[in-house]
Unconditional design. Structure first.
Length: 242
């Protein structure tokens, strides 16, 4: 079991939503240092804590990842949280928006894992925590590009888990259902606040759980899928068709 106390943690997309809450939760756990990254450094909130090191990072910019890596070579836990959601169906959604989600959620996160793997191996025992989504198990058609990008990221995370299993780097996958952040702006669903969810995520990261579903709605969906994969497809079908 790896406690977060005294660990050096890097969190992407730390300026708002779940990422911002994960920074607070990491500090609450007694992390030694938290690299809080955002594509716009001026948007990173003041966490009023000397352990926070703000850094500019767009995960779709490979050169910038390489630069950040040089400044964070003591990182022990990489939390790939940054992500984008552009709504749209496969048949009618804008192709460029689907490509954007794939670029960020899949290619960007894969690039992070590729570039940080050797540093994490050197700092082992270490971890990569990928914030994926419940739609990795079964797609929700209104956000089809996003769903595909998260399914691809889920698959890549499983591949990397095997690649790194003998090298001291654990891969944990977080698959939330629906959390009350900007990503769900306009939804009338009753959703948990990111601060509460981030605390649950960090508790479960410490217990070395490989697949973490941090919210009740996500758990209901996960249970349906685990019982029989078409059950989750049926839930999404019902929501999609009203
Ligand atoms: N909210 C949910 O219900 C839910 C459910 C399942 C999974 N998730 C996942 O949880 C993660 C956090 O989402 P959230 O709900 O907190 O959404 P959010 O409030 O929209 O935050 C998304 C974060 O990702 C950052 N980001 C987007 N593209 C980026 C890029 N190219 N490089 C670096 N940072 C980038 C955003 O930065 P800017 O401010 O610069 O845009 C922002 O900090 C995402 O991976 C999301 O897919 C969320």
């Amino acid at each position: 079991m790896q406690k977060l106390k005294d660990k050096v943690i890097l969190i992407t997309g730390a300026n708002r939503g779940i990422g911002k809450s994960l920074v607070k939760a990491a500090l609450g756990k007694g992390a030694a240092k938290v690299y809080a990254t955002s594509r716009n450094i001026s948007k990173i909130p003041d966490f009023d804590d000397d352990r926070v090191v703000p850094l500019a990072l767009d995960i779709t910019n490979s050169k910038q990842i390489a630069e950040i890596l040089e400044r964070t070579r003591d990182v022990q836990i990489l939390i790939n949280n940054a992500g984008s959601l552009r709504p749209g169906t496969i048949l009618e959604g804008e192709k460029s928006r689907m490509e954007e989600d794939m670029q960020t959620n899949y290619h960007g996160t894969v690039d992070m894992m590729r570039q940080f793997a050797s540093v994490l191996e050197k700092n082992a025992p270490s971890k990569i925590v990928n914030i994926v989504s419940i739609v990795a198990y079964s797609p929700f058609p209104s956000i089809a590009g996003y769903s595909a990008s998260k399914a691809a990221l889920f698959s890549a995370s499983l591949s990397v888990r095997t690649e790194l299993s003998k090298r001291g780097v654990m891969i944990q996958i977080v698959n939330p259902g629906a959390i009350d952040t900007d990503m769900n702006k306009g939804s009338d669903w009753d959703m948990p606040k990111p601060d509460n969810v981030a605390k649950i995520i960090m508790d479960r990261v410490e217990t070395d759980e490989l697949e973490i579903i941090p919210d009740t709605r996500g758990l209901t969906m996960f249970s349906a899928w685990r019982q029989e994969p078409s059950n989750l497809a049926a839930i999404f079908d019902k929501i999609y068709h009203g």
